[in-house]
Structure formats: structure tokens, C-alpha cells
Design a protein around this ligand. Structure first.
Ligand code: DGT
Ligand code: MG
Length: 590
């Protein structure tokens, strides 16, 4: 419940709307009761005395009061919708901000599909909850409370019926609440499963179609979909079952009131005397009946609120869990905020595991790179090359040991300032929808046209970008689907060059680029080496053999050598093996 309370606090910014909404609701409820009173006047006073003036006056008043009730209902509805929309928009903003701040370890823990469900579906449930809350939460107890008071005031003897019906209704509500909550919690989890399959399928349509695994994907989706349907049904069944039970108790109460009323009248009770004539007090019975309906409707609404609360509670828990997740990769308290990276990099006995107590993918790694050096990294797939370089911009923290830049531990540097001086081109080129320009300017938002032109030339991306009529305004589709693999790589390379970084890290970033362009890129890097330190990961010896030094990782996540091509050919078994396997691939022997 505390998680829901935390979200309710989001309503604080919209107090005026909440107050208007609640006041309108109170007036609406009061008008409902006033209409009943007016009805009693008509039945008990106007009709028996055939007082047409009173009848018309009271009738007109009834219509007026009912219209006020209607208007207040609209005011309440409008304001509660507004508050619900605004609150959830704020909540979504906060969630999005938080998700962006999460470290990779945090994201691995939650899983992407879960974060998507939380940012969309869970927030949607909170929106529904807010709408319900402002429309019903005050109305239900008011209808119940005033109704009960008026009913008892009208007839104590008839009120005895509530000793049976109210406990029955309350027990039903509590049981539904207890049964529904855990089921709704499960429903949200199965939506995560659905999202996971949908995400994977939508992300890789080409793989699925070319491997003709559509049937397999359909099956996976079907399973997830069935699970969702069944879990949802199990939860909804509880709410469905509640409805007829309520209606039975509801109708039985009304029948009981009429029966008791008739019985009392038969016994000579509930008689009123109009103009000296003793008549059954029909007005009283009708009024009592109407108050009872208000009481029962109040409870029914309360039951609905409970169902919405149990749904919202499941979602609120999930939202608050994300909002309160401790980001495990934090800026230090006394960080060095402003610094200019010169470019030397040191690893001191670094070990690294992706999960706490998980497998070490890097073990006891130590090396020094001087500022301005060009360093190649090679090793078999899965040897830990990508893992290693991600520690430099501090995308992950080391499990043991330290990474130093210019002799300072990266943990003591302001993360943003550190990352802004590193150009990191990831192994899979990630391109965003927008234009070529917006993609490049992610490297540096204040980049000029000349900067973009220079960077595209360095990345050998000018040959295709300059053929576009609209140059940097050229539209890129989502995930860069209208670009070839090599074009995507060159745009992401250019994005790093735009930044004019002090440390440039290329993770297999020229794998899809033709040999001529790759050579040109490497030549540019050599030309710029006085300005930046460069680390180039590659599977190909031909790409890195001319680097100042080459770091060789073995398949146990340890360093097998850190030397020049010539020396490694003499001393590193792993390097020799790789070289041997690539003979004929343009690798001259040492
Ligand atoms: P590559 O790109 O195929 O040549 O391989 P490397 O050398 O870049 O390997 P790397 O660093 O991606 O992976 C090393 C090990 O770490 C491998 O066993 C897979 C595992 N690993 C990689 N990324 C993640 C991750 O995000 N989470 C977890 N739990 N494990 C990961
Ligand atoms: Mg890799």
C-alpha cells in the first residue's frame, strides 16, 4: 500500500483540480439525497392532499436539484480525468529519466521488456486508478454514511435488515481483495513475457524471415499470449464472480425491505395519518428503500475501488521498484568535475564479472597505454575484448582492480565529463531515427557544418553522404534500416569523430567496411594520433598489425601478450594461432 501512497503524492501538484473535483462530488451526492427528500414530500404531502401547487413546486425543485447534480458530476469527471492524465504524464517523465540513469547492471536485473511494461501498461493502470479515485473514493463513503444515517433516522425497525446484508457485502469485498491482488501481480509479469517476445521479433525481422523461423516465433508468442490470457482470466474471474454475488445480496436486501415493510404495515405499524385518515406510510417505505439503495451503491462502488486498488497496487509496486532502484554506478561525492583528458590509460589488476558473484570474464588484467598511442586488441570471440573497453568510459565498474586515466581512477572523475571526452564506437552500430545530422550531432550537440563535414571525411562516410541531395538532412529510418551495414558503421564512426575525442575506441567498427575504406580510416587515425589515444578492437590481424602495440586476450579472459606485431609473432601463442588462421587474408609473416 505504501507504494500506492508514494504515487498518490504525485497528485499534490494538482491540488486545485483535486479540490474542485471533490467539492463537486460532495455536492452531487447531497443533491441525490435531497431529491429523495423531495420525493417523500410529493408522496406523503402533495399527493394525499391533492395539493397541485405543492406538487408542481416540488417537482420543479426536483428537476433543478437533479440538474445541479448532473452539472457537478460533469465538473467532477472533467477534473478527475485531468488530474489522472497530468499525474501519469509526470510519472512517465520521472520513470523515463530514471530508466535512462540506470546502469547496465540495473537494466540487466529488470530486463528491457519489464521496463517497457512498467513505463506503459503499469502507468496506464495508475491513470485508471486516479480517475476512479477522484470519482468514487469520496462518493462511496458519503453515499454509504449519509444513506445509513438517513435510513436509520427514517425507520429503526426496517434498518435491522442491514445487520444481515452489510456484513455479507463487506466479507465479499474483503475476500475479493485478498484473492485478486496476487493474481493481478502475476498478470503484469505475463505482460513482460509478451513484450519480450514482441520486442525480439520486431527487432530482428530479417533473421526470422531468412531463417524461416516465423512458425517458431508464432509458437513462442502463442505460449506467452496464452499465459497472459489465462492469468488475466484468473484475475478477472474473481472480479466477475464478485458482481453476481453483489447483485444477489443487493436485490435480496431490497426484497427484504419490501417484505418487512409489508409485514409491519400488516401489523398496523408504518401508518401515517393524513387529514384524519390512517394510511400505510408509502412515502416512508419508498424513502427507506431509496436510502438503502444509496448505501448499497456506495458499497458497490467501494468494491469497485477495491478491485482497482488491487490492480493499481500491483502496478504501483512495480513502478516504485524501478523509481527507487539504487543506481549501482554512481558519480562519486567529491568527483573531479572539470579536467582535460590527456589520454594515458592504465589497468591495474582488473577483474570483471557482469553479475555479482558471477563468472569473471576478465581476470587480472594489467597494462599501460601512453597518451597518443594506437593500440589494437585481438582475441577469439567471447574472450572479453568488448567487456574490457567498456570499463574505460565507465559503462561498468570493475569487480576488482582499477582503471586509471592520466593516473586518476575513473571512479574519481565526473562520469559525464569523462564520457564526453571519449569517442566510443560500439560493436553493433546503433543508429537512431532522424536525420544523418541528428545522428552525428549526438557526438557533439554544438557541432558546426564544418565539423560534421570533417568527421564524415575522416570516417570515409563522405562518399555516400555527399551524394544525398539533402546532405545531413537526409532522413534515416528507425534503426537505420535504409542504410547498409558498412554505411551504418561509418556514420557511427563519424559520430565519434565529431566529438574530437581524446580517447577513441573502435570495437570492431570497420568489420563491415570495404578494405580500401578501412585502410583510409586507419591512415586518418594514424595521422591524428598526436591528438588522441586510439584503441581498435578487431578480429583481423591486418587491421591492427601496424598499431603501436597490440593487446592479446586468451579465451580465459587473461592477457596473453601486449607488444608489437613482430614481437607477438615470436612470443604469443594465441597471436600466432590467429595469424596462422588468417594466412592468405593479407597478413604478411613476421
Ligand atoms: P566478440 O565481440 O565476439 O569478438 O567477443 P568479445 O571478446 O568482445 O567478448 P565480450 O567481451 O563481448 O564477452 C565476454 C564474455 O562476457 C562472454 O562470455 C559473454 C559475456 N557477456 C558479454 N556481454 C554480456 C552482458 O551484457 N551480460 C552478461 N551477463 N554477460 C555478457
Ligand atoms: Mg565484442
Amino acid at each position: 500500500m505504501s507504494s500506492l501512497m508514494k504515487l498518490i503524492k504525485y497528485g499534490g501538484h494538482y491540488m486545485p483540480n483535486i479540490i474542485i473535483s471533490l467539492v463537486a462530488m460532495v455536492i452531487q451526492v447531497v443533491t441525490g439525497f435531497y431529491v429523495i427528500r423531495l420525493m417523500v414530500v410529493i408522496i406523503d404531502d402533495a399527493l394525499p392532499a391533492m395539493d397541485t401547487t405543492l406538487l408542481l413546486r416540488t417537482g420543479a425543485l426536483m428537476i433543478g436539484v437533479a440538474l445541479i447534480g448532473l452539472a457537478m458530476g460533469i465538473v467532477n469527471n472533467f477534473n478527475s480525468q485531468k488530474v489522472a492524465m497530468y499525474v501519469t504524464a509526470d510519472l512517465r517523465d520521472d520513470l523515463f529519466e530514471k530508466i535512462q540513469a540506470l546502469s547496465f547492471t540495473n537494466i540487466d536485473k529488470f530486463k528491457t521488456s519489464r521496463l517497457i511494461t512498467t513505463a506503459t501498461n503499469d502507468v496506464q493502470r495508475i491513470q485508471q486508478f486516479f480517475q476512479m479515485l477522484l470519482r468514487i473514493i469520496v462518493r462511496a463513503p458519503l453515499m454509504f454514511g449519509i444513506g445509513l444515517y438517513m435510513a436509520i433516522d427514517t425507520s429503526r425497525s426496517l434498518s435491522n435488515i442491514f445487520f444481515i446484508s452489510l456484513p455479507l457485502l463487506i466479507i465479499t469485498i474483503v475476500v475479493i481483495m485478498i484473492l485478486a491482488f496476487p493474481r493481478y501481480m502475476k498478470v503484469q509479469k505475463t505482460i513482460d513475457g509478451l513484450n519480450r517476445v514482441t520486442l525480439e521479433t520486431a527487432n530482428s525481422p530479417r533473421v526470422i524471415k531468412s531463417f524461416v523461423t516465423t512458425d517458431h516465433e508464432n509458437e513462442r508468442f502463442e505460449t506467452a499470449n496464452q499465459l497472459f490470457k489465462n492469468t488475466n482470466l484468473a484475475a478477472e474471474k474473481i472480479s466477475f464472480a464478485g458482481e453476481p454475488i453483489f447483485m444477489v445480496i443487493f436485490n435480496a436486501t431490497i426484497a427484504g425491505i419490501l417484505f418487512l415493510g409489508a409485514y409491519f404495515m400488516d401489523q398496523g405499524l408504518l401508518i401515517s395519518t393524513v387529514s384524519g385518515v390512517a394510511l400505510p406510510d408509502v412515502g416512508l417505505l419508498m424513502a427507506f428503500n431509496s436510502y438503502s439503495m444509496q448505501i448499497l451503491f456506495g458499497l458497490l462502488m467501494f468494491a469497485m475501488v477495491m478491485i482497482f486498488i488491487s490492480r493499481a497496487l500491483a502496478s504501483a509496486n512495480r513502478i516504485v521498484e524501478v523509481l527507487e532502484e539504487e543506481i549501482d554506478l554512481q558519480d562519486c561525492v567529491d568527483c573531479i568535475e572539470q579536467f582535460d583528458v590527456a589520454g594515458s590509460i592504465t589497468f591495474n589488476n582488473v577483474s570483471f564479472a557482469y553479475e555479482k558473484d558471477g563468472n569473471r570474464v576478465l581476470k587480472d588484467i594489467s597494462f599501460d597505454i601512453e597518451a597518443g598511442q594506437r593500440v589494437g586488441i585481438i582475441g577469439s570471440t567471447g574472450s572479453g575484448k568488448s567487456s574490457l573497453i567498456q570499463l574505460i568510459p565507465r559503462l561498468y565498474d570493475t569487480t576488482e582492480g582499477d582503471v586509471l586515466i592520466d593516473g586518476v581512477n575513473v571512479k574519481q572523475l565526473n562520469i559525464k565529463a569523462l564520457r564526453s571526452q571519449i569517442g566510443y564506437v560500439t560493436q553493433t552500430a546503433t543508429i537512431f531515427s532522424g536525420s544523418v545530422g541528428t545522428n552525428l550531432m549526438m557526438g557533439r550537440p554544438d557541432a558546426s557544418f564544418d565539423d560534421l563535414e570533417r568527421a564524415t571525411k575522416l570516417a570515409q562516410a563522405d562518399d555516400f553522404i555527399l551524394t544525398y541531395d539533402d546532405l545531413f538532412n537526409h532522413e534515416i529510418q528507425q534503426k537505420g534500416t535504409n542504410l547498409s551495414g558498412g554505411q551504418k558503421q561509418r556514420i557511427s564512426l563519424a559520430r565519434a569523430f565529431v566529438r574530437d575525442p581524446k580517447i577513441l575506441i573502435l570495437d570492431d567498427s570497420t568489420s563491415a567496411v570495404d578494405a580500401k575504406s578501412e585502410e583510409a580510416i586507419l591512415n586518418e587515425i594514424e595521422r591524428l594520433s598526436h591528438r588522441m589515444t586510439t584503441i581498435v578492437i578487431s578480429q583481423k590481424i591486418s587491421t591492427i598489425k601496424d598499431m603501436d602495440k597490440i593487446l592479446v586476450l586468451n579465451n580465459k579472459g587473461r592477457i596473453d601478450g601486449f607488444d608489437t606485431h613482430e614481437n607477438l609473432m615470436k612470443h604469443s601463442e594465441v597471436y600466432q594461432e590467429i595469424a596462422l588462421s588468417q594466412v592468405g587474408g593479407g597478413v604478411p609473416s613476421a
